[in-house]
Design a protein around this ligand. Structure first.
Ligand code: 13P
Ligand code: SF4
Length: 354
């Protein structure tokens, strides 16, 4: 079983054997059995920033999903090898924007005569190809913790933003944080000719939102918010900005996984919280703050883990660490040089945001 004490011991021994040669990064959505072995935990922004924090480490074991490991490879030295314990740990949202679809979208924008005014802003949750497209066309990457700053920067460079691939983070940031209206946003559907938009709609729009979403955060609804407010009087509703607009609009607080943790750390004893994000993190926080008299519940009654984050489990971590300790490089994530150079440009623009 995953919590097998034998496996815990084996992971510990392999990590000890590797010593400074290995640096383990863990995203907040990882299982407890995995997160206990992380040298650094964080949200997507913090992990991108910290990936290069240990240049002497030969192996960076990324406990998270594929796009995060790719970003770590882009941002770390050539002699550092990034390893993803299960190659099937992808992200359904990142898969919603392929390089071909995005190239086609750019053609549509060019034909409509608006491409010159458009600055791409791509969410971290995208493939290295999409990040490279973004860098090539003068855009930046953002995460859920700096989306507003990224958009402010983009609107200094151009009049319109093509926001990829999460429509919700794009819309929520534009409308909730920056005071744009819903009418300033249009939805580009990659499965329809011309994205399902007319030339007039493209010309009028300020935010062109890609039709992608997170299936985990998409499970929360306005009903989830209304139900929990009825069930727990005085509850504070705290959600991730990947949630749908009506959920974010009805919430009390909105932010990245790191923001969620910091907010709960600062919350007074006796306060009650309903959290709209992935379940591994919510459970960990509920346990952590239980003895401080902070009541923390999951925003919805249905259980939602991120199934791809959950693919990284203790058996995979043990196999990875033991292989590396024996000198076998497994599951390396490598971005090719050309893609890397443009993707790095976009990532570095994000890291340089004020
Ligand atoms: P953050 O950790 O940046 O808030 O992102 C959440 C997420 O969905 C990562 O896939
Ligand atoms: Fe992707 Fe959603 Fe999972 Fe994050 S929680 S890795 S956006 S599917």
């Amino acid at each position: 079983s995953p919590s097998d004490p034998d496996l815990v011991e084996r992971a510990r021994a392999a990590k000890e054997k590797l010593g400074d040669k290995v640096f383990v990064l863990g995203h907040h959505y990882q299982r407890d059995e995995v997160i206990q072995f992380a040298d650094v935990t964080g949200d997507s922004f913090k992990l991108a920033r910290d990936a290069a924090a240990k240049p002497e480490a030969e192996y960076i074991v990324f406990c998270g999903v594929h796009f995060m490991a790719e970003s770590a490879d882009i941002l770390t030295g050539d002699d550092q090898k990034v390893v993803l314990p299960d190659l099937a740990a992808g992200c359904s949202m990142a898969d919603m924007a392929t390089a071909e679809q995005v190239a086609e979208c750019w053609d549509v924008l060019t034909e409509a005569g608006v491409a010159e005014q458009v600055v791409p802003v791509s969410y971290m949750n995208s493939s290295a190809d999409i990040k490279a497209f973004t860098g090539k066309h003068g855009g930046t990457i953002c995460t859920s913790s700096n989306a507003e700053r990224a958009l402010n920067w983009a609107f200094e460079q151009g009049e319109k933003v093509l926001f990829l691939p999460d429509q919700h983070l794009g819309r929520n940031t534009a409308v909730r944080d920056m005071g744009m209206s819903l009418d300033d946003c249009v939805l580009y559907n990659p499965h329809k000719p011309n994205g399902g938009l007319t030339v007039e709609e493209l010309r009028a729009a300020k935010m062109i939102l890609w039709r992608g979403h997170c299936s985990v955060h998409g499970r929360f609804s306005l009903d989830s918010v209304n139900d929990v407010r009825e069930r727990i009087p005085g509850v504070n509703v705290l959600v991730h900005p990947e949630c749908r607009h009506e959920v974010v609009a009805a919430a009390d607080y909105v932010g990245s996984t790191e923001y969620i943790i910091n907010t709960l750390e600062a919350a007074p004893a006796g306060s009650k919280w309903a959290i709209g994000t992935e379940l591994n993190l919510v459970r960990r926080l509920a346990n952590r703050f239980a003895d401080q008299d902070k009541e923390i519940v999951f925003l919805d009654k249905t259980v939602c883990f991120c199934s791809t984050m959950n693919r990284i489990d203790l058996p995979h971590l043990v196999w990875t660490l033991e292989s590396l300790a024996e000198g076998n490089l497994v599951n390396q994530i490598r971005v090719d040089k050309e893609t890397e150079s443009f993707a790095k440009l976009a990532l570095e623009r994000m890291l340089a945001l004020p």
